[in-house]
Design a protein around this ligand. Structure first.
Ligand SMILES: Cc1cc2nc3c(=O)[nH]c(=O)nc-3n(C[C@H](O)[C@H](O)[C@H](O)COP(=O)(O)O)c2cc1C
Length: 189
C-alpha cells in the first residue's frame, strides 16, 4: 500500500499535519509506505491555465517540485489531502497544488471535464481543520469531496472543527479518528 500525504499547512506540526501523521503513522504499522509532501517547503507555481496538459502533453507541463508529486498520484493507493481552512477555503499553498490536479483529468478542450487519467480504486483522505464550530465550513468539505470524486477517488473526510488557534492545541479525539480510519483502510486493503 503506497500513501502520498500532501500537507498544506505552513505549520509543520499544526493540527492538520498532526492528524495526517496519525493516519500515516498508523498505516505504516500495517506495512504501508508513505511519501510526505510538506507543501510549504516546496517550490512550485499554481496552475497557469495554459491547457498544455490537454493539448501538448498528458502531464502538467510545468516542471517544479510538484512534478514528482503529481507523478506519484498515478501509483498511490491512498492520498492524504490535509489543509487548514483559511477564509472559507483551503490555505493558499494547498489550493495552488490542488489546482494543478487539473492535469490528472482527460479534457477535450472546448468540451469540459472528461475521464480521470488516474487508474481507478484510489482513496482520498481529506483532512480539514478550522476554528469555527462544526458545520460552518461544510461547503468546503463538500466542494473538495466532489472535486476529488471527479478524479475517481473514494473520499473519506476527517474534519476537525472548533479548534483553538494554537498549533499545539489538544486534538486527541481527531488523532484517534485518523488512526481508526487508517486501521480500517489497511485491514480492508
Ligand atoms: C490566515 C488565516 C485564515 C483563517 N481563516 C479561517 C476561517 O475562515 N475559518 C476558520 O474556522 N478558521 C480559520 N483560520 C484558523 C485555522 O483554520 C485553524 O487555526 C486551523 O486549525 C489551522 O490548521 P493548522 O494548524 O494545520 O495550520 C484561519 C487562520 C489563518 C492563519
Amino acid at each position: 500500500m503506497h500513501i502520498v500525504a500532501i500537507l498544506g499547512s505552513a505549520r509543520k506540526n499544526g493540527t492538520s499535519a498532526r492528524i495526517a501523521r496519525a493516519f500515516t503513522e498508523t498505516a505504516v504499522t500495517y506495512g504501508a509506505a508513505v511519501t510526505e509532501y510538506p507543501l510549504n517547503t516546496m517550490q512550485y507555481r499554481g496552475c497557469q491555465g495554459c491547457e498544455g496538459c490537454h493539448t501538448r502533453s498528458d502531464r502538467c507541463v510545468l516542471r517544479d517540485d510538484l512534478t514528482p508529486l503529481l507523478d506519484q498520484l498515478y501509483r498511490a493507493d491512498v492520498v492524504v489531502f490535509a489543509a487548514p481552512v483559511y477564509f472559507g477555503d483551503t490555505c493558499g499553498q494547498f489550493k495552488c497544488c490542488y489546482d494543478r490536479l487539473w492535469s490528472l483529468m482527460d479534457v477535450q478542450v472546448g468540451q469540459g471535464p472528461g475521464e480521470s487519467r488516474l487508474p481507478p480504486g484510489k482513496t482520498a483522505v481529506l483532512i480539514l481543520s478550522h476554528v469555527a464550530p462544526a458545520g460552518t465550513h461544510s461547503d468546503v468539505v463538500d466542494r473538495y469531496t466532489e472535486g476529488l470524486e471527479l478524479y475517481g477517488f473514494t473520499v473519506q473526510s476527517l474534519t476537525a472543527p472548533g479548534l483553538r488557534i494554537e498549533p499545539n492545541t489538544d486534538i486527541d479525539p481527531h488523532l484517534a479518528r485518523a488512526a481508526a480510519l487508517a486501521r480500517e483502510l489497511m485491514r480492508a486493503g
